[in-house]
Ligand binder design. Structure first.
Ligand code: ATP
Ligand code: MG
Length: 417
């Protein structure tokens, strides 16, 4: 047992896995940039009401998953459990709505939820997300989904399922709620305590409950899709038509509701069959009223968030590209150690990754480290080499070796790299 350990539900990320993470981040930046999304960095903590009001009091996140604490000035602060509310808070606070619409942003970073840790579920986890604010055009919904598919395909993730649904708007949802309440009214007794409360405050959330008994009790419940108004239906139909135009294979899942209150109309989820119970790798949807709730002008918007840990899990089956040093300089004796540092500095100035041996390491242990790092070349310097002004080089992949004058080292590696 070590003296210190990380808190439950968090992960350290270090080489070689870190290269999988960096690759996902690079691909996201590349793909999202082509669609005009720019990075936005909001703080990792916010005033608590940024989340309670927007996400909804009756949601799992607000009910039991938030890391909330009082700071030294007795303010209630919350570590962000998700990325949309902070982006919208920033958009309204900085009046970004005065710029031409739509505005498109992406973010990436850690989120915090006090959940039961298990495979694919952590208390600090990373999301990459996008938010596009300022139009209700279904073309944007289609573009966002297409962009998400391009992102996954560029990572080599092709066997994913894209589920879509429409969850209506503030006009048609109340009618649906009534129908739903009616359907559930005879079954309340069997519900879990959370759903009993949800029945009073927000019956739609019962559809998202993960408790086995509730899942059984809600079988055959009426579907939002059958109650959406003509505007929502037209919006959904155009969205789907545009997806078909792009040869996009989607699945309509009429029982999908999202875990947060602020969603309207288009909702979607991307799932993988290779992940077990925690199978959603990305999720998102429209939130046409949220900017107004934050005190901004009417601004329809849409976004999604990708779960990094689950994507990295899917990518682990492949061989990660691990970078390696260009040159390892092994030295024997004090004069050689100094010369090694001089040569390394010149090569590093040219941008090459150069590693050195250190005091007290035998030539054998230095070469073992060179191998371990998969260095391309080793340069070997001892007293004889300093005297003759010539160095031995060795290409570690095939054992080829040769000699070069010290003052030719820069040219030699520029030519060979
Ligand atoms: P789930 O149904 O898996 O709990 P959610 O509806 O709570 O997901 P969102 O808030 O929509 O998830 O977040 C989007 C994505 O972020 C999820 O699809 C998932 O990939 C990832 N995610 C959410 N919570 C966690 C967590 N605790 N640990 C790891 N990844 C997570
Ligand atoms: Mg969740």
């Amino acid at each position: 047992m070590t003296k210190y350990h990380a808190p439950k539900g968090v992960q350290d990320i270090y080489p070689p896995d870190i290269y999988l993470w960096q690759n996902v981040e690079n691909v996201a930046k590349e793909v999202f940039s082509a669609y005009g999304f720019q990075e936005l960095r909001a703080p990792i903590f916010e005033m608590t009401d940024v989340f309670t009001r927007s996400i909804g009091e009756d949601t799992d996140i607000v009910e039991k998953e938030m890391y909330t604490f009082t700071d030294k000035a007795r303010r209630s602060i919350t570590l962000r459990p998700e990325g949309t509310a902070p982006v919208v808070r920033c958009y309204v606070e900085n009046r970004l709505y005065n710029l031409p619409s739509p505005q498109k942003f992406y973010y990436s970073g850690p989120m915090f939820r006090y959940e039961r840790p298990q495979k694919g579920r952590f208390r600090q986890f990373y999301q990459i997300g996008v938010e596009a604010l300022g139009t209700s055009d279904p073309k944007l919904d289609a573009e966002i989904l297409i962009m998400l598919r391009v992102f996954f395909e560029r990572l080599g993730l092709k066997e994913l399922s894209y589920e879509v649904n429409s969850i209506g708007c503030e006009k048609c949802r109340p009618d649906y709620k009534k129908v739903l309440l009616n359907f559930f009214s005879g079954r309340i007794e069997g519900f879990c305590p959370d759903c009993k409360r949800r029945y009073e405050h927000n019956p739609l959330r019962i559809l998202d409950c993960k408790v086995e008994a509730c899942i059984k009790l809600r079988a055959g419940s009426p579907k939002m899709m059958d109650f959406i108004c003509s505007d929502c239906r037209a919006h959904f139909e155009s969205f789907l038509e545009l997806l078909r135009l792009a040869d996009f294979q989607y699945v309509i899942n009429p029982s999908m509701v999202r875990g947060l209150d602020y969603y309207t109309r288009t909702a979607f989820e991307v799932t993988s069959k290779r992940l077990g119970a925690q199978n959603a790798v990305a999720a998102g949807g429209r939130y046409d009223r949220l900017v107004e709730e934050f005190g901004g002008p009417p601004t329809p918007a849409i976004g999604f968030a990708i779960g990094m840990e689950r994507i990295v899990e899917l990518l682990k089956t492949g061989n990660p590209q691990i970078p390696a040093p260009e040159i390892f300089i092994a030295t024997i004796g004090a004069p050689a150690e100094k010369e090694g540092l001089v040569i390394a500095s010149k090569l590093r100035e040219k941008g090459m990754w150069v590693e050195l041996g250190y005091a007290g390491q035998s030539l054998k242990s230095q070469m073992r480290r060179a191998d371990r790092l998969s260095a391309k070349y080793a340069l070997i310097i001892g007293d004889d080499e300093i005297r003759s002004g010539k160095l031995n080089w060795k290409r570690l992949s095939d054992g080829t070796q040769g000699e070069i004058p010290i003052n030719e080292v820069l040219n030699f590696f520029k030519a060979s790299s």
